[in-house]
Write a protein that binds this ligand. Structure first.
Ligand code: TRP
Ligand code: SF4
Length: 325
């Protein structure tokens, strides 16, 4: 089976955006690929270094979220980046061959500097973010990397680093990894902007039912529907989009009732909330159960680290040989 590597930064609770945008896809990929799923805690440190206290807890909780959603340690290797020292070793090798200009021009870099104003990100480490990501991928010689569109510049940089390495050291050792962009369903945040922790417009995977009901109840609907008798425009309504994602079989029905003004927005949202409650309850319960048994979580991660390390050590031995160190 071909190898896949992907990762997430442990910067807080996972939400519906992570489920729809990544996890649902990871779960399917487990059947067809040899999957490596990594907690990118070094990457998180790059932006959270001023207040890193939550990283360890967040890492464990994120893994609990993954497992609760259906990432299966019997099928996939689940591990924490900072437990495998070879990530940093390959990172330094790639650092010395990566032109500074490529990093300075990287669109994600410029965007993050602009957007994350409350953090001091003008650091040497943060500039090298995509170089570490390239090391993550190539340490496992992964050919496929499931990511969202926002990560494409990092994948392109990874390919450039591979070409440079293979060119310099005269043998095509590393494969050029490809992004696997699934046409994700688009799920916006509760306020219609991108779902994000910093906008506080999300529903977390561990959200309590009451809180889900409240948050869905506060969503904006079609602004043209002032009275229940006004026909609605579901295409202009974010609630309708949530139906499309979480209850596709109900989408057409809601569409019709809305256009014919046969359902009011309050009811429509109430039903959606119940759909989400039943979708998330098993995940929340599983997550609680997992977090109550930390020993088991740690042993899953130890097992994952062992498998990851084996490949990582082999890659680094090959890299050292090729460079002549
Ligand atoms: N940069 C990725 C993100 O923010 C996380 C990540 C780190 C990653 N290393 C990776 C993703 C390797 C894919 C492959 O989402
Ligand atoms: Fe949106 Fe439902 Fe109201 Fe139509 S009835 S506008 S789909 S919330």
């Amino acid at each position: 089976m071909k190898r896949i590597l992907s990762g997430m930064r442990p910067t807080g609770k996972l939400h519906l955006g992570h489920l729809v945008g990544a996890l649902d896809n990871w779960i399917k990929l487990q059947e067809e690929y040899s999957c490596f799923f990594m907690v990118a805690d070094w990457h998180a440190l790059m932006s959270e270094y001023e207040d890193p206290a939550g990283l360890k807890t967040n890492s464990l909780e994120m893994v609990a979220d993954w497992l609760a959603c259906g990432i299966d340690p019997k099928k996939s290797v689940i591990f924490i980046q900072s437990q495998i020292k070879e990530h940093l070793e390959l990172y330094i090798v790639f650092s010395v061959i990566t032109p500074l200009g490529l990093l300075e021009r990287c669109p994600t870099y410029k965007e993050q500097l602009r957007e994350l104003k409350n953090r001091e990100l003008h650091t040497y480490g943060f500039l090298g973010y995509p170089v570490l990501q390239a090391a993550d991928i190539l340490l496992y010689r992964a050919e496929t990397v499931p990511v969202g569109e926002d990560q494409l510049p990092h994948l392109e940089l990874t390919r450039q680093i591979v070409r440079k390495f293979n060119n310099l050291y005269k043998e095509d050792y590393f494969p050029e990894p490809k992004a696997l962009l699934t046409r994700f369903q688009r799920l916006l945040g509760l306020d219609g902007r991108k779902m994000s922790k910093s906008y506080n417009n999300y529903i977390s995977l561990s959200e309590e039912p009451e809180s889900i009901r409240k948050k869905i109840g506060n969503m904006f609907t079609d602004p043209a529907r002032v009275r229940v008798s006004d026909p609605g425009h579901p295409e202009k309504c974010n609630v309708h989009n949530y139906y499309a994602v979480f209850a596709p079989e109900k989408k057409a029905g809601v569409d019709e009732l809305c256009r014919k003004a046969k359902v009011g927005c309050t009811d429509c949202k109430r039903q959606l909330a119940e759909i989400l409650v039943s979708h998330l309850s098993p995940i929340r319960e599983k997550r609680t159960e997992l977090l109550a048994d930390k020993d088991r979580l740690h042993s899953i991660l130890d097992e994952g680290a062992k498998k990851a390390r084996e490949i990582a050590e082999d890659t680094m031995a090959q890299v050292r040989k090729r460079i002549g160190l």
